[in-house]
Design a protein around this ligand. Structure first.
Ligand code: F6R
Length: 614
């Protein structure tokens, strides 16, 4: 949520790297963008509403190529508005000290109103409605000649979260960055240092990175990086190597990241599975869980926390763990969980699901669970992310970077990882060797099965034409396919701006059926698993109200097709894999509907990847 880039070099202009970095981070927010550039003459600030491309055009006009070389230090930001409208005045960087200090910030300053009132009493004039501007003025107020100390002193007054970068004309060649609750990564190049909210803005320059931890403040100059605590004590942080390459974060010939990531799923899921299935013992290995059979056997209850798509994967997890491991599971929306004074303790295993590993509510749920003595694991995609680190144990998804704001491959990777975890837990309890063998062989087919769904792409695009004009859609599913229905509805809401609701198939007739008509289609999840016949009965009820029904059916299921208006076929699977193949079909359906409606698929309005505010 909001993207920050900083660049410091002895020789290279910061303009290109800052704009490139912002374009890579645009998925974190795209209401407005801005840069602050430093040269021996002072700072220059450029801001623009809308996307990074508009800022790039502004810079083209304002800053001819020959003038760019002198700006070897700069900070930049792409915004997802929290405090104040997306206007130029509210765009970052925010300035203080008569334009001599510039600061970009990701996060929320919770006590900003009190801080602002105090500063205003001392005569400070504010130019924006943002919480961030308070930070810029506070740092300026504490600047007595030591830039790092000024930032530390300011941050000690602040309640809330921040990832920030600041530069000042009073401190040429220096950039100070800090982190609490919002990620910040420092890339160490041969001649340059790049700072960003995530590594996707860094890998074009270097793979050597330092992940700052909460409470870290760093002084960055072209000569290197010095990390300190807020009390100015030196802190040592390891330099790590990122294993993503540039290709992984580019579109590679696809029109959108969303479709690229949908098509990447067979490979991504093969990576999720790699080395983790133990065919010799009918179980899964998952060494990162770091839980002994005794600890696993002692688990009395599982709580799976997450938000959005990750929550839906967690809801699938409930069916998997309850059927394979005989353990009761509560999937919980992370924000609701954290504020409910949750009843968890040493007998409970809390699994936090998060693609980004940075979602604020999920992280808070992790911290609350750790505080209450529960076993806590993270299932995250982003290596080194905060949730992964704080949980301390877990399973990395290894699905590769997900750039499209709408999550796709993370969902299937999460369900795959949950399935392996349920298998492992089941095998330490009552799941038989034979059942374990069957599951190992079923799970190993996931990449191929997903590949088979992708072969339906053209057919799904054709069906999408018939449904693309609908303004309301209902998605229905039963049992393990109910969360798949929720996920199908979420995908189409986000990328195609179609009002959609997911329901348990049986629930429709308890009210929502009143809304059905020939203009309100229903998408029914009808893979051939127990309960399908009952869902088919619900489909008949919809047809009787003239609602067109599109079914996601197992290939060759003629009896299901007979009652449907249209069908998309998915390969036959056992119950456990049915949400995976069904959701891949729904991802393609949402993508094609969005394309037909002319939507901005990778960056839907009002959204941002990685929700690091509550
Ligand atoms: C939906 C989507 C969001 C995220 C949610 C959680 O397509 O992208 O609903 O799933 O914000 O994000 P993570 O998984 O990063 O915690």
């Amino acid at each position: 949520m909001c993207g920050i880039v900083g660049f410091s070099s002895k020789t290279t202009s910061a303009v290109g790297p800052l704009v490139n970095g912002l374009s890579r981070l645009e998925y974190r927010g795209y209401d407005s963008a801005g840069v602050a550039l430093a040269s021996a003459e002072g700072l220059r600030i450029y801001k623009q509403t809308g996307k990074v491309a508009k800022l790039a055009q502004l810079l083209e006009r304002a800053l001819p190529e020959r003038e760019r070389a002198k700006y070897t230090l700069g900070i930049a930001h792409t915004r997802w508005a929290t405090h104040g409208l997306p206007t130029v005045a509210n765009a970052h960087p925010h300035v203080a000290d008569g334009g001599r200090l510039a600061l970009v910030h990701n996060g929320i300053i919770e006590n900003y109103a009190a801080l602002r009132a105090g500063l205003e009493k001392r005569g400070v004039k504010f130019l924006s409605q943002t919480d961030t501007e308070v930070l810029a003025h506070l740092v300026a107020a504490f600047d007595k000649g030591d830039f790092l100390a000024a930032v530390c002193d300011a941050l000690k007054r602040v309640e809330g979260t921040y990832g920030l970068a600041a530069i000042s004309a009073r401190h040429p060649g220096e950039m100070v960055v800090a982190r609490k609750g919002s990620p910040l990564v420092i890339g160490i190049g041969e001649k340059d240092v790049v700072v960003a909210s995530d590594v996707s803005a860094i890998v074009a320059y270097t793979r050597q990175v330092i992940y700052l931890k909460d409470g870290d403040v760093a002084m960055i100059t072209p000569d290197g990086v010095d990390i300190h605590s807020l009390d100015n004590a030196p802190v040592a942080r390891e330099v790590q190597e990122v294993d993503w390459d540039l290709g992984a974060i580019e579109k590679g010939g696809y029109e959108h990241f969303m479709i690229k990531e949908i098509f990447e799923q067979p490979e991504a899921l093969a990576n999720t599975l790699r080395g983790r299935l133990d065919a010799a013992n009918g179980t899964a290995l998952l060494s990162g869980l770091n839980l002994s059979p005794r600890e696993l056997a002692a688990v009395r209850r599982l709580v799976i926390v997450g938000c959005g798509t990750s929550l839906h994967a967690g809801m699938v997890g409930k069916y998997l763990f309850e059927s394979l491991a005989d353990v009761p599971v509560s999937p919980e929306q992370a924000a609701e969980f954290r504020y409910s004074n949750p009843i968890v303790g040493p007998d409970d295993w809390v699994i936090a699901l998060s693609q980004s590993g940075e979602t604020a509510d999920t992280l808070a749920a992790v911290r609350e669970s750790i505080r209450k003595g529960a076993l806590v694991s993270g299932l995250c995609n982003v290596v080194g992310s905060t949730i992964a680190r704080e949980a301390g144990r877990g399973v990395y998804l290894h699905a590769g970077p997900e750039i499209s704001v709408a999550s796709t491959k993370a969902f299937t990777a999460q369900v795959t990882a949950l399935l392996m975890t349920a298998l492992k837990l089941g095998r330490t309890r009552r799941l038989s060797r034979e059942a374990g063998d069957r599951l190992v062989s079923e799970i190993s087919r996931i990449p191929d099965l997903v590949g088979k769904v992708l072969e339906q792409n053209d057919a799904i695009a054709a069906v999408a034409q018939k449904y693309a004009q609908a303004n309301d859609l209902f998605f229905i599913g039963r049992g393990i396919l109910y969360p798949a229905a929720l996920e199908g509805a979420l995908k189409i809401k986000e990328v195609a701006y179609v009002h959609a609701e997911g329901y348990q198939a049986a629930e429709l007739k308890h009210g929502p059926i009143a809304l059905l008509s020939e203009k309100t289609p229903v998408v029914a999840l009808l893979a051939n698993i127990p309960g399908k016949e009952k869902t088919l009965g619900n489909v008949q009820e919809c047809r009787a109200r003239n609602a067109p029904v599109l079914g996601i059916v197992t290939a060759g299921d003629a009896s299901a097709k007979a009652v449907l208006s249209d069908a998309i076929e998915v390969p036959a699977t056992g119950v456990e894999l049915s949400p995976i193949v069904s959701v891949v079909a729904l991802q393609l359906f949402a993508y094609h509907v969005a394309r037909l409606r002319g939507c901005e698929i990778d960056q839907p309005r009002n959204l941002a990847k990685s929700v690091t505010v509550e």
